[in-house]
Design a protein around this ligand. Structure first.
Ligand SMILES: Cc1cc2nc3c(=O)[nH]c(=O)nc-3n(C[C@H](O)[C@H](O)[C@H](O)COP(=O)(O)O)c2cc1C
Length: 178
């Protein structure tokens, strides 16, 4: 069962959960989930939005650029350490994360990207706009700390790749209940 929510009433829960890692789910050749620590809820063009930041070489980016939609899955309570490890350090290019992390997928309501029962607060989005960051325009300390140019873009954490910001219109939001 899904309990529909006013997503902005959960703003604090969502933003704080990012500190421990939420999941950015995408479809394409298969469902894939990547841990995200960055993102924001807000309003753009008069529409409720979630913005996610995805580096160039993530499998997730290839999926997003095919389907132009994503679903954010947020834990209510602690993040699951095994889910964080598998979905935050391994790539969907190499493994099936649903199987390896034991994710229980739940049919979406409005877009085509499932939610995850273990991370029940679900935000379904359709991408309105995406833009690659211009690293040369960033403050030097951020460029040095977040974009080390000696680390290959295939590395799972910080590396030389810029992020692309994906502004997703929130088309549905709910909590998955048993
Ligand atoms: C706590 C945490 C937060 C992360 N946040 C982001 C993020 O906001 N954007 C990003 O591109 N990668 C982020 N990552 C790294 C990806 O989750 C990781 O590279 C993942 O393996 C990519 O999976 P994929 O290749 O299947 O897309 C984060 C990793 C962790 C552990």
């Amino acid at each position: 069962m899904k309990e529909k929510i006013d997503v902005f009433q959960y703003s604090e829960t969502i933003v704080r959960a990012l500190g421990n890692g939420a999941l950015l789910g995408t479809m394409g050749d298969k469902y894939n989930a990547m841990v995200i620590g960055w993102g924001h809820l807000g309003v753009v063009w008069g529409r409720p939005t979630f913005v996610a930041y995805v580096r160039e070489h993530r499998y997730t980016k290839a999926q997003l650029d095919k389907t132009h939609e994503f679903t954010v899955s947020v834990p209510l309570g602690e993040a699951d350490k095994a889910i964080t490890r598998i979905c935050g350090l391994k790539s969907g290019r190499d493994i099936d994360k649903v199987q390896e992390a034991g994710l229980t997928l739940v049919e979406p309501e409005t877009n085509h990207t499932p939610g995850v029962a273990q991370y029940p607060l679900t935000i379904e989005c359709r991408v309105l706009y995406s833009q690659k960051q211009d690293l040369s325009a960033l403050p030097e300390d951020i460029r040095a700390g977040s974009y080390p140019q000696d680390v290959d873009g295939g590395a799972p954490l910080a590396n030389r790749d810029a992020h692309t910001a994906y502004i997703g219109e929130i088309v549905d939001a709910y909590i998955i209940r048993d």
